[in-house]
Design a binder for this molecule. Structure first.
Ligand code: S3P
Ligand code: PEP
Length: 442
């Protein structure tokens, strides 16, 4: 976990950003590749794994529950699984650090095993709502003992055999969907998740890739019905993790808002459930193009080139939100530089991420000179039409990596530097971020 000592850093304009960079492996896919490999019978290999703190928390938890997980090289990992149903009782509390994905997916996994586990996390994670997983998992017979507000520290007492459920997601959340599906792996019969609003589908793709029997049917209303046959036997796999589009969004927005810039990010995951950010930036007039499009390990991948662009404000349709949910902080930075008004709505979920991202972005952007209005479920931003940010402020990152990186990007086109009070949380998802940004400055 990152050090308790805050590490401040100042980000200043340097002129054009130019070059070609690679971003680390996709965080969602990295978590799932460790979890499913740990549940397969035999040895899986993963390359391109994100070696950020969140994913390392998942690796440590899977080890504590019996899997043999070993790093064999940079981004290269070897995992010997225990088989579905084979998870062992962890001897100490599972420390999930800052990671909501690790916590929620593993709560599901533990729920259908005859073990119990206590989940703990940092100050940010300990404020995040877990009822969204407790509610469906309680229907399977698992028991939960959570801190007030359904928060961590939290104890899960799993049950085996668990009762299979059919559950309609009340909130668009890939974490909740995945928790239910992972629980379904060791549950007799068919577990069904009904998903009215599509969210990232990495779990579905990877479960099928590991040999689970899973079907996805979209009904006439566009609602997805995901059905998993339980008591599955997973076969070990070799997985190549594509670059994280959520991380790629930072150098791409930095290039779009900094005059004279041209940046290429290679090997970026282009799963359509993740690419809302690029579509919205293009709708704003961003000069973005894709090359070398291919499929890697069941996921579409491309190289993305972005050039400085005169962006125009748009209205972001709320139904796009799940496909760019983690990118809104840096999207707000881009919108602040556009000409005209950008309106966002339907973003209540941003208030329960690592921080209240609507409140923090509204406060921070206002401090660097942006005109905006904060609504309950979104921000309305009046862009500067390309005028640099005033800057000269210190931004609180509040244990939120995406807030820290968004203001680092804003600093690339600010009249006075932007100080982020603590950049250490960046190591949760993008440990090479500062080095990458530096490599693009000439
Ligand atoms: O399933 C996943 O890997 C994730 C799902 C999203 O969370 P929600 O399910 O809470 O929307 C996203 O914000 C998070 O960074 C990763
Ligand atoms: C919300 C995020 O992650 P998590 O929920 O896994 O903490 C994120 O990476 O922006």
């Amino acid at each position: 976990m990152h050090s308790a000592q805050p590490r401040p850093a100042t980000f200043t304009a340097s002129g054009p950003l130019r070059g070609t960079v690679k971003v680390p492996g996709d965080k969602s896919i990295s978590h799932r590749s460790l979890m499913l490999s740990a549940l397969a019978v035999g040895e899986s290999r993963v390359s391109g794994l994100l070696e950020g703190e969140d994913v390392l928390a998942t690796a440590a938890a899977m080890r504590a529950m019996g899997a043999a997980i070993e790093r064999t090289g940079e981004g290269e990992w070897r995992i010997s699984g225990v088989g579905v149903g084979g998870l062992l009782q962890p001897q100490t509390a599972l420390d999930m650090g800052n990671s909501g994905t690790s916590t929620r997916l593993l709560m599901g996994l533990v729920a259908s095993h005859a073990i119990s586990a206590t989940f703990i996390g940092d100050a940010s994670l300990s404020k995040r709502p877990m009822e969204r997983v407790i509610d469906p998992m309680s229907l399977t017979g698992a028991e939960f003992n959570a801190s007030p507000g359904g928060c961590l520290p939290l104890m899960v007492r799993g049950i085996c055999p668990a009762v299979p459920i059919s559950y309609r997601l009340p909130v668009a959340s890939a974490q909740v969907k995945s928790a239910i599906l992972l629980a379904g792996l060791n549950t007799p019969g068919i577990t069904e998740v009904i998903e009215p609003v599509p969210t990232r589908d990495h779990s579905e793709r990877m479960l099928a890739g590991f040999g689970a029997e899973l079907t996805v049917e979209t009904d006439v209303q566009g609602v997805r019905h995901i059905r998993l046959h339980g008591e599955a036997e997973l076969k070990p796999q070799n997985i190549e993790v594509p670059g994280d589009p959520s991380s790629a969004a930072f150098p791409i927005v930095a290039a779009l808002i900094t005059p004279g810039s041209e940046v290429t990010v290679t090997h970026v995951g282009m799963n359509p459930t993740r690419t809302g950010i690029f579509k919205m930036l293009e709708a704003m007039g961003a000069d973005i193009h894709y090359s070398n499009e291919r499929v890697v390990g069941g996921e579409p991948v491309a190289d993305i080139t972005a050039r400085h662009s005169a962006l125009k404000g748009i209205e972001v349709p709320p139904e796009v939100a799940p496909s760019m949910i983690d990118e809104f902080p840096v999207f707000f930075v881009a919108a602040s530089m556009a000409e005209g008004r950008t309106t966002t709505s339907g973003l209540d979920e941003l208030r329960v991420k690592e921080s209240d991202r609507l409140a923090l972005m509204a406060t921070g952007l206002t401090m660097i000179g942006v005109k905006l209005e904060e609504r309950e479920d979104g921000l309305i931003l009046d862009g500067s039409g390309g005028e640099p940010f005033a800057g000269g402020a210190t931004i609180a990152s509040a244990l939120d990596h995406r807030i820290a990186m968004s203001f680092a990007v804003a600093g690339q086109n600010a009249r006075a530097g932007i100080m982020v009070d603590d950049v250490s949380p960046i190591a949760t998802s993008f440990p090479t971020f500062e080095v990458m940004l530096q490599s693009l400055r000439r």
